[in-house]
Write a protein that binds this ligand. Structure first.
Ligand code: NOJ
Length: 717
């Protein structure tokens, strides 16, 4: 009996057996107490007398940005002192680290290794709870096809399959095995939904997305997070097909609750309830609150229209008590799932501290795996460690903020290893000369001469270029994707010095690199690699570790190609050199500079022997051999794509359906197996229902999104 009970408990989903009896609690609540649970207040880190008063009067159910065990405990004491003593939930943006900063999420996606994202999220949760936090506004699982949008940095890129794998990993990492354990955070799948499709790549802009594209491209990572037990969702800022996402009953209620059965709660984004007014949906505060709550936004972040309007709306019959009750029930359910009723307080003996050796190692390992070698002509990399003089050049080479990127939690730039510091540590016996060359932005070339002289004096050069730490992330859209300022000119001047030169890029989005790639023999995409970024870059440049990351997003040649993504439709006139009247440009190629899935390795892995055979229950077994034909050990990501040449609705030219990152010794050969089941083969047909259609499927395997191997699969139903 005990054994059976233990087994049942072990398998219990996040919402099993809520304590206390939430229905009984709900019955005791006044309307004002209920509304209090639905209001989140933004606060200063150190709290404030105003927040204490709100908590003590039961007027808030949650805060964001307040942190520190003593501070949150003071607020919690005030909340527990109210008539019903319902605990507060303390939230914060723990996006890619709390004190130890990991690579930005786009870079973690470039690992093509969900275990790395999971470990990063786990460690971040452990650090964040030390400061009294129990809820993070992450993962951001928005698909992004437009690199002008600065928030591409915060997601997993352009692909729903890779994005779903990463979404699951983050939820597992943040929430742990049991969200009630004292080192877990509630995760939040955001921004529901379509936010990444912002028109013209301008943050907060309008979106128009067909239902099929929503279901096939934008929804899947959210569904994956939900399947993994994510406790909360955040409603997005964008207007979605005429109904802003924070008042969109189709996405918030019909899909999320009706079709998917989500039991947790939805928090609005910052002020997105009040923003229903400038959107042009609500004509006043009362309507904004009514529309948001009515559509399924359970908790309001920062703006306070729920507090001011909902009591009135219920009293005059414009909002049903049942709608308020349901929202409160969802909030209480999450608080219970987190164990807040039993353990509301943070341990004041603990506090966030500088990253220790283990945390640094985890951050370094993650960063190493996130690096993508875009180009390596003539095997310039790895560089020899026996060089006597190394010139490190570029405005970002010694910039701690640039390795951390946006959303740095409690991370400190001063605790980060810059690329310069990493290279110096890797070459204790060499002379390392450093020159910034120019600023990140601006017009001056005054530093070029010194930089060129530094290059001439050295055996090899590392040029560190890209975007400043705050040039991507929220409200950081760019209308140009080039290297900012004079950096390309600096690169050309330094490359003309003729020394072996590797370029390291620090950036939060795809850049247009055609001019650089024409001249530079080796380019390492380092993204914003986090606290140990510089050490990771040095390890890969000198061959202590191999690069093995792959692009999770397409790098266009030029801005005019945007949006450019691998899983596009074929069109009726696919581009053809010989036919003028085909889908292309007069003045630029249609192909990307670096395609989705691209990334080089110090190994040389060849794929062969692709087979497809019938498996169990409508599934098919796919296998392919991967063999390292090179002389060095290294990584490769085997990628599996499918395509349907004809179907009841047109399909994409390729759809990622499997991937596996391998490390292979020289001469080592391994057979990699995948399963294609209904989930991988199905799609939303004419009637919008998800189903597998009989017919011919092309199954393709490769090391990027232009896979070299192909086999036919005939699905008979
Ligand atoms: C606005 C951002 O869109 C969202 O991602 C974030 O979680 C909130 N602000 C809270 O900081």
């Amino acid at each position: 009996m005990t054994v059976i009970l233990a087994l049942l408990l072990a398998a219990a989903p996040a919402f099993a057996a809520p304590r206390p009896d939430l229905e009984a609690l709900l019955k005791k609540m006044t309307l004002e107490e209920k509304v209090g649970q639905l209001q989140q207040a933004g606060g200063p880190i150190e709290g404030s007398p105003a927040l204490l008063e709100l908590a003590g009067k039961g007027k808030i159910g949650s805060t964001l940005n307040v942190r520190g065990a003593k501070t949150v405990n003071a607020l919690q004491r005030a909340a527990l002192g109210t008539r019903l003593g319902i605990p507060l939930l303390f939230g914060f943006d723990v996006i890619h680290g709390y004190r130890t900063i990991f690579p930005i999420p786009l870079a973690l996606a470039a690992t093509w290794d969900p275990a790395v994202a999971e470990a990063a999220a786990r460690l971040s949760a452990r650090e964040a709870v030390l400061d009294g936090l129990r809820w993070t506004f992450a993962p951001m699982v928005d698909i992004a096809r437009d690199p002008r949008w600065g928030r591409v940095a915060e997601g997993a890129g352009e692909d729903p399959f890779l994005g779903s794998a990463m979404a699951r990993a983050y939820v597992r990492g943040f929430q742990g095995k049991d969200p009630a354990s004292s080192d877990s955070l509630a995760a939040c799948a955001k921004h529901w939904v379509g936010y990444g499709a912002a028109e013209a790549g301008r943050d907060y802009s309008t979106t128009e997305i067909s239902e099929r594209t929503l279901r096939e491209i934008y929804f899947p990572p959210f569904k994956a997070a939900l399947d993994e037990g994510v406790l909360t969702f955040m409603s997005a800022f964008n207007d979605l097909n005429g109904v802003p996402a924070s008042a969109n009953a189709f996405t918030l209620t019909k899909v999320l609750r009706g079709e998917w059965g989500f039991k947790g709660f939805v928090v609005s984004d910052w002020d997105s309830v009040a923003q229903l007014i400038p959107h042009g949906l609500a004509d006043g505060a009362d309507e904004a609150a009514r529309l948001a709550l009515g559509a399924g936004v359970d908790m309001e972040m920062n703006s306070v229209l729920y507090s001011s309007e909902v009591p009135k709306l219920v009293k005059d019959g414009r909002l049903k008590t049942a709608a308020v009750d349901e929202a409160v029930r969802r909030v209480l359910r999450v608080k219970a799932a987190l164990g807040l009723f039993e353990r509301p307080y943070a341990d004041e003996a603990l506090a966030s501290a500088a990253p220790d050796a283990a945390a640094r190692k985890a951050a370094r390992d993650a960063a190493v795996r996130s690096l993508v070698l875009l180009k390596n002509d003539g095997g310039l990399l790895p560089l020899s460690k026996s060089l006597k003089t190394l010139a490190v050049i570029g405005p970002l080479a010694d910039d701690g903020a640039a390795v951390l990127g946006s959303w740095t939690g409690d991370g400190k730039a001063a605790e980060a290893v810059t690329v310069l510091a990493g290279l110096r540590a890797a070459l204790p016996g060499a002379t390392v000369v450093f020159s910034t060359g120019c600023a990140v932005t601006g017009d001056s070339d005054a530093g070029f001469a010194e930089a060129v002289a530094a290059a001439r004096s050295a055996d090899a050069v590392v040029l560190v270029l890209g975007e400043a730490g705050d040039m991507s992330g929220e409200a950081s859209s760019r209308a140009f994707l080039d290297l900012p300022g004079r950096q390309l000119d600096l690169a050309k001047a330094v490359l003309a010095a003729g020394r072996p030169t590797a370029v390291v890029l620090l950036n939060g989005r795809p850049l247009t690199l055609s001019g650089l790639a024409e001249k530079a023999p080796a380019i390492l995409e380092a993204w914003q690699p986090g606290t140990e970024g510089g050490a990771a870059v040095a390890a890969v440049l000198f061959g202590d570790a191999g690069p093995g990351g792959k692009l999770p997003i397409t790098f266009p040649r030029t801005l005019g190609q945007v949006p450019l993504y691998y899983n596009h439709k074929n069109t009726g006139r696919p581009p053809s050199e010989s036919d003028h009247y085909t889908s292309k440009y007069l003045d630029a190629p249609v192909t990307p500079l670096f395609r989705f899935g691209h990334g080089l390795s110090y190994a040389s892995v060849r794929l062969s022997g692709l087979t497809v055979s019938a498996g169990k229950a409508g599934s098919y077994a796919v296998a392919v051999d991967a063999e390292n034909a090179g002389a060095r050990e290294g990584d490769e990501v085997v990628q599996l794509y499918i395509r349907r040449a004809a179907a009841s609705v047109t399909r994409h030219v390729a759809e990622l359906k499997g991937f596996r990152r391998l490390t292979l010794k020289p001469g080592e050969k391994r057979r990699v197996e995948f399963t294609l089941g209904p989930r991988e083969l199905g799609f939303h047909g004419l009637d919008m229902r998800f189903a597998v259609e009989p017919g011919v499927y092309e199954v393709m395997a490769g090391t990027d999104s232009a896979p070299g191997l192909s086999a036919r699969l005939t699905v008979a139903l």
